[in-house]
Design a protein around this ligand. Sequence first.
Ligand SMILES: [Zn+2]
Length: 385
Amino acid sequence: MAQPSFPKLLYASLRKRLPQMLDVLRELVRLESPSLEKAPADRCCGFLADQWLLRGGIVHILKREERGDHLRVVWPPNTNRATGQLLVLGHYDTVYPTGTLTSMPFRISGGKAYGPGTFDMKAGIVQALFAFEALQELKIPVTKNIVFLWTSDEEIGSKSSRSMIETEAKRSDAVFVLEPSIGPRGLLKTSRKGVGEAELIVHGRAAHAGLSPEKGINAIHELAAQIARIERWNNLRRGVTINADIVHGGSRTNVIAEHAQATLDMRAWRASDMRSLESRLYSLKPVHRGAKLHITGGFDRPPLERKHSATLFTRAKFLARQIGFSLGETAAGGGSDGNYTAALGIPTLDGLGAVGDGAHAKTEHIIAKAMPQRAALLAALLATS
Ligand SMILES: [Zn+2]
């Protein structure tokens, strides 16, 4: 176990590295890495691999056909026998297509670093890299294997990385997620809603709206009736929401609509609410005689419930105080890959990445001076887990 003063030591050492941290962040942001463009994403992944190699990590590039490659870095502990594994998790993909840098260049101004993906979540990756460097240089004892996993498709639902994340999480005693924190005080995300998407498809029967309306079954009317029913399932106090985000239907005027469909966004804080929302959806019956309903999809990311993060958060708060800042927590309505690991029952702490604002927006930025603090916090968590 590390010495009691080690969080301060880590912070002092990391504070000196802030200029290098910003240099790596600049390079990383300049290597644009949209989830949907494999070649640029792979270049970004290669750069990260080199950064870890330089610092003595054991690097595996996990090739993918369609998406960017994933990066897995292992750091064996500096003691003889490892007694478990810790997982540090994040994604290097961004929501910005190649060329975004022209209108949104990387720049540092007023203590903030701006650019696509700075906050969500390239600065978080840089913090982890330097946490790793500082632990090594200060020879802080770490007794577990540490696996860093940087994936390429979190922003589009993690289809090509989910099973790998889950396999790695099952081997781990704790998972630290480098997604951005919330607000100027950098609150950690100790719970996240479960998130799902479903399609409600209605089949009716087409007919001439003037000549033979009695022969038609209006799919749009049926869909409207179902949406009115679904809307009543919302319970904002409990945090249960279901929203029709996209609707399509009908073919032309004069024709009773044969087809209509809605894409539904579903969210809940509790796994039990998630299951009941799903079962209500799948037991919908048509309102109009002859109409047929077809439902697909459902919850994809289960909720990250606070019981899975509480213990890690208590320790994080204690370590932050030793470093010299006070750490708060909040709940987030959106999901991350941390939802998958928490749902397996593995203690998961999310929002350990950058402090800043403007994720997915033109104003995206991070607060530079928070980087060494947060890096020290991660390093201290790894050393005490
Ligand atoms: Zn993210």
